[in-house]
Design a protein around this ligand. Structure first.
Ligand code: GLA
Length: 686
């Protein structure tokens, strides 16, 4: 059952940036997923008319068309796609043409039942929805590359095709398959990782524990349901493998497409929020010409505008510049327990906030709301109720807004603060049998990001081993796992004069999830000037008063000062008098340790102090809840002012400023009406 694809180490080779192709659609692209196969062709003419009315410039087509494009193995029917691409071209709308590989047809599974995925408990899932295939299946790989190749051959020179949309949201439903084929593939990946040295794997996994020592590669399985907790490093390597396995499918499709159409850029849509954690996007982003992301609001989030901003900052950081918002929603989705509609003006605020945080294109799932199928209750650009609807009016208005923002394209962020984000640390933190099961990586990062957002401080996200020289302040809300290289990079930043603030339970384990001995927080102990000898996680709801005011939540530990000073200490409980937050002069710089999770107001005032001492200022002074974001172009800055308060605001701008959405000069001050958005061009001295 051998399979012919790149070993995992080959995935680490980065494509040179110069080899990246760019999207030819001008200005800020606007559109959505377009699934006209759900409708009679009479409807398509109306779609074209309405797309033009809304200012749509690019749509993603064919994402779920496999069953119609390839009615039986190797026989194709491109007639519908020919007509569709022709129609789009006649109407001046570009196609982001998808490989339909996220939804193999029923005939494929009847011929290859072994390609169905198996869950952790050993259940084989059935076809009948989408993305129900085993990522390691050779039959799936062959079939996916065959249809991708056939599409590429046929449409490589089609004038409508501006980009390839590879697959759809890799790993959304099938990131982990536990079948025997996946087991074989996992073993191949492990052999490459450990240089064919089984003893090295045994040491890395600590398999002397619970009699898990492996004598033969074939003994190693995916971490299937077992009687007690599986080995942590086994689980961690499994998560790494699963991300790489899907990436190898993506790069294989990319190569097939590039062979037929060397000039057409390729993307695949990421999902960096919504608590999706299956893929290490730091490894994925360099493999794509264009980084794109899907973002949906969570109904239960009381401040989802902050999630939009954090998502945008993370995707911009992954892309190293502008990116595309491939999907979001005009209103309610259909996959949460209760699906909240957007409030007045929220559609516009959301879309323009994504642009503010670096998006050079805005698209929705989907163009026309379905009347049948699993997503019939999901909002769309053209709702069930038709054009006499608030959503449609907002969609048309947004099209005009995006047209007015064409010159913003290509401009980038200006952050002086970097927040460390790492999927390996996230996976390891959330493994079972931790000191506390209450720690959620995304929530911890969000809790630090939120006060910065409220103050209007610009933020980039970075890997632990990133170049930190552009930043004054590096924040590490949660980095349970870190290797020696990441440790040296972060502490070296402080040593050379930067300010480094680190959250509790960071630096605890190395890349194999082995505890760093000698006291906590292992890797960062010396740089932080502290040493803890015992951890005291707090129970859900438990609060401990802090000496400077406020309370400690989630976590505490018995910190001893080894050079650092105490900023605040516990006032009660078993750790009464023990430091909870510390500050240390380290080399030329300063380090902070937040050995607990202070309540939100206390955390906010600490972060204000930390960033002020580091010399970091907000982008512009504005009332809380008025989001101000800057994109920097070659000769001008673009200041996005978004009122989330419902009260409107006035913000100081440069004398020669012009508001782009209205085209009006706004010398000195811009006024934003309640719930509205302004985008101000401020000329910049070269
Ligand atoms: C995802 C998918 C889309 C659609 C939307 C619904 O983002 O990519 O096909 O299912 O969710 O929100």
């Amino acid at each position: 059952m051998g399979r012919d694809h790149d070993p995992p180490t080959a995935l680490l080779r980065r494509r040179p940036v110069s080899a990246k192709r760019t999207l030819s659609v001008p200005g800020i692209a606007y559109g959505g997923d377009y699934n006209p196969e759900q409708w009679l062709e009479e409807v398509w003419a109306e779609d074209m008319r309405l797309m033009r009315e809304a200012g749509v410039t690019m749509v993603s087509v064919g994402i779920f068309s496999w069953a119609l494009l390839e009615p039986s193995e190797g026989s194709y029917d491109f007639s519908r796609m020919d007509r569709l691409l022709g129609l789009l071209h006649e109407n001046g709308i570009a196609a982001d043409l998808a490989t339909p590989t996220a939804a193999p047809p029923a005939w494929f599974f009847r011929a290859h039942p072994e390609a169905l995925p198996v869950d952790r408990d050993g259940r084989t899932l059935s076809y009948g929805s989408r993305q129900t295939f085993c990522p390691s299946s050779p039959a799936y790989r062959t079939a996916a590359l065959r249809i991708a190749g056939a599409l590429a051959e046929r449409y490589a020179d089609h004038p409508a095709v501006a980009m390839w949309h590879i697959h759809n949201e890799y790993g959304c439903h099938n990131a982990q398959c536990y079948c025997d084929t996946s087991a074989e593939s996992f073993r191949r990946w492990l052999r490459a990782r450990y240089g064919d040295d089984l003893a090295a794997l045994n040491h890395a996994w600590g398999t002397t524990f619970w009699s898990q020592w492996y004598y033969d590669w074939d003994e190693i399985l995916p971490p299937r349901a077992t009687g007690a907790v599986p080995n942590p490093t086994h689980q961690l390597d499994w998560r790494r493998f699963c991300s790489d396995e899907l990436l190898s499918l993506c790069t294989a499709e990319r190569e097939v497409l590039a062979a037929a159409a060397p000039d057409i850029p390729a993307t695949t849509n990421f999902m960096v929020m919504q608590n999706f954690d299956a893929l290490d996007y730091w490894r994925w982003a360099p493999e794509l010409d264009v980084v794109s992301n899907d973002h949906y609001l969570m109904s239960a989030d009381p401040a989802s505008e902050i999630d939009v901003a954090m998502s945008g900052d993370l995707v911009r950081s992954l892309a190293g510049g502008p990116w595309l918002l491939m999907e979001h929603s005009t209103g309610a989705v259909n996959w949460q327990p209760v699906n909240r509609a957007k409030r007045p003006g929220e559609l516009r605020r959301n879309a323009l906030a994504h642009v503010a945080h670096g998006a050079d294109g805005i698209a929705y799932f989907q163009w026309r709301a379905s009347k049948a199928g699993a997503e019939q209750w999901h909002s769309a650009m053209l709702p069930h109720s038709g054009t006499d609807s608030r959503i449609w009016r907002d969609v048309v208005r947004l099209g005009a807004d995006l047209k007015a923002l064409a010159e913003v394209r290509g401009s980038t962020g200006t952050a002086e603060v970097a927040v460390v984000w790492d999927w390996n640390a996230r996976w390891a933190l959330e493994l079972p049998s931790q000191p506390s099961a209450e720690l959620r990586f995304q929530d911890l990062v969000r809790s630090w990001y939120e006060p910065l957002w409220r103050e209007g401080v610009a933020v980039d996200f970075v890997r632990p081993d990133a170049d930190l020289s552009p930043y004054r302040l590096v924040l590490v809300p949660s980095l349970y796992l870190v290797d020696d290289e990441g440790t040296a990079n972060l502490t070296g930043f402080a040593e050379r004069g930067g300010t480094l603030a680190i959250g509790f339970h960071s630096g605890a384990v190395d890349e194999n999830a082995h505890v760093r001995l000698g006291g906590y927080p292992g890797a960062f102990r010396q740089a932080l000037g502290v040493r803890s000898d015992e951890l005291f996680p707090l129970l859900p709801g438990e609060q401990v008063p802090l000496s400077g005011g406020g309370t400690a939540l989630l976590w505490s530990e018995r910190v001893r000062l080894e050079g650092a000073e105490a900023v605040t200490s516990y006032e009660d409980g078993p750790l009464k008098g023990v430091p909870a937050v510390t500050r240390h002069s380290y080399g030329e710089g300063t380090t902070w340790y937040l050995a607990t999770h202070p309540d939100p107001a206390t955390l906010a005032s600490l972060l204000t102090r930390i960033r002020t001492e580091a010399g970091v200022a907000p982008v512009r002074t504005a009332p809380e809840g008025v989001e101000v974001v800057r994109r920097r172009g070659s000769s001008a800055d673009y200041l996005f002012v978004i009122d989330h308060t419902g009260r409107g605001a006035e913000v100081t701008v440069a004398d020669g400023a012009v508001e782009l959405l209205t085209g009006k000069p706004v010398p000195g001050t811009v006024t934003v009406a309640p719930g509205e958005v302004a985008v101000v061009r401020e000329p910049r001295e070269r």
